[in-house]
Design a binder for this molecule. Structure first.
Ligand code: TRP
Ligand code: SF4
Length: 400
């Protein structure tokens, strides 16, 4: 139940591009083989800023999920779902809002930053202020301990940790906790109980994180514990109450090395992107006409690869041999720019071929995508419901 678990979400922006692929998606695809993973479309989050233009959300969601699948996110490995199809997120968001100090939300840096950036929009809304809390609910509801995100999202993960800590502090208390915890330890069986006690001492007295991790593993392996014992034993390792919600860590996604066609960061708003599963002719044309070293006006002018965005593409798509050929040919005017671009064109097309292939199946049969999403939503919902049962009970809302 507290086993390692990865969760991440993306707002439905529609078609993704190579920047997303080389940054976020490549990471997801790697992680799906290493941990249980949940990846979701944060459609409610889209509404926090696009509340006045909701028209594209469903189309954007479909296009984005097809891109995930095309890129290699594998529905037999990872759970793919849509936030609004798991309404438990909203319930947890509401319940957490009861104990969330306004100041904590106002202090999250993205709050003011985004308001200043998106000046054309009134973002002094209740929903926008609550954005990080909704994100906290997304994470905590699956007790996910690993959240792959970019640098800009790190404050949101830190905020989520604070919310989990506050929740456990407020609702994880029970009278006679120490005595009950000692009883729960016994239920581990003598061998495990001894190890548990050892790990706990090592963590509490010497701050050994490794011991804490070993203890978590031990508890994960102890399958026959009741939920109450489990929460108590997790909590007893670190403090004086049950651990109902799990504090997550950010898994920092390294910024994509993928530059845009003009050498700036690849971004839709700069109009310098190559989309995933773009058709071959368009890709070829985009790269053929992309910017080169501005000093190299004529074919006979020598160039400088360090001033050329094409060179940055070679860093991603070419081996050393090709790169040496580019460098030597560029500074000596031995090769022309069109010639130089060909290996990049080939590289991008080759990378996209399996993506186009995978996407074709889903484009031709939209029902397939719907089924994958429905299946993912069902699985996610089961997990979310388990957590909500504990949360309601902890907050005094158990009517069973
Ligand atoms: N806020 C994230 C972004 O803009 C998207 C998101 C919503 C998210 N909920 C999440 C990411 C939960 C990770 C975990 O990129
Ligand atoms: Fe850029 Fe290649 Fe032309 Fe040199 S030869 S300017 S690296 S495109």
């Amino acid at each position: 139940m507290y086993a390692e678990k990865v969760l991440s979400g993306m707002r439905p922006t529609g078609r993704l591009h190579l920047g997303h692929f080389h940054g976020v998606l490549a990471n997801w695809i790697k992680l799906q083989h290493e941990y249980p993973c949940l990846f979701f479309v944060a459609d409610w989050h889209a509404l926090t800023t696009a509340y006045d233009e909701p028209g594209n959300i469903t189309d954007n969601t479909r296009d984005m999920v097809i891109d995930w699948l095309a890129a290699g996110v594998d529905p037999s490995q990872a759970i793919i779902f849509i936030q609004s199809k798991v309404p438990e997120h909203a319930e947890l968001h509401l319940l957490l809002s009861m104990m969330t100090p306004l100041g904590w939300l106002e202090r999250v840096p993205t709050y003011k930053d985004q308001q200043e950036k998106l000046t054309h929009k009134d973002l002094s809304t209740y929903g926008f202020l609550g954005y990080p809390l909704l994100q906290a609910a997304d994470i905590l509801i699956y007790r996910a301990d690993k959240v792959p995100v970019g640098e800009d999202q790190v404050p949101h993960i830190e905020f989520t940790r604070e919310i989990a800590r506050r929740f456990n502090h407020l609702y994880g208390k029970e009278s006679g906790f120490e005595d009950k915890a000692r009883e729960s330890v016994k239920k581990l069986g003598s061998k495990r109980a001894k190890l548990y006690a050892e790990f706990r001492t090592r963590f509490q007295e010497k701050g050994e994180e490794a011991a804490l991790e070993q203890a978590h593993e031990l508890l994960n392996d102890a399958q026959n514990l009741s939920l109450g014992d489990r929460e108590r034993l997790f909590g007893y390792l670190e403090g004086g109450g049950k651990m109902i919600l799990v504090e997550p860590d950010a898994l920092l996604t390294h910024a994509s090395r993928m530059p845009g066609l003009d050498g700036q960061k690849m971004s839709k708003s700069y109009g310098n992107t190559i989309a995933l599963r773009e058709d071959a002719d368009t890709i070829t044309k985009k790269i053929r006409t992309m910017q080169t070293d501005p000093q190299r006006v004529r074919r006979t002018d020598p160039g400088d690869p360090d001033k050329c965005p094409v060179w940055q593409f070679h860093q991603i798509y070419s081996n050393d041999e090709v790169k040496n050929w580019v460098r030597a040919g560029c500074i000596s005017a031995g090769i022309g720019c069109i010639e130089c671009k060909q290996p990049v064109i080939d590289g991008v097309l080759k990378e996209q071929e399996p993506m186009r292939e995978r996407a074709r199946v889903y484009e031709e049969d939209p029902q397939l995508v719907k089924n994958i999403i429905a299946d993912g939503c069902e699985k996610a919902r089961k997990l979310a419901q388990e957590t909500m049962r504990d949360v309601r009970e902890a907050m005094g809302l158990d009517y069973s």
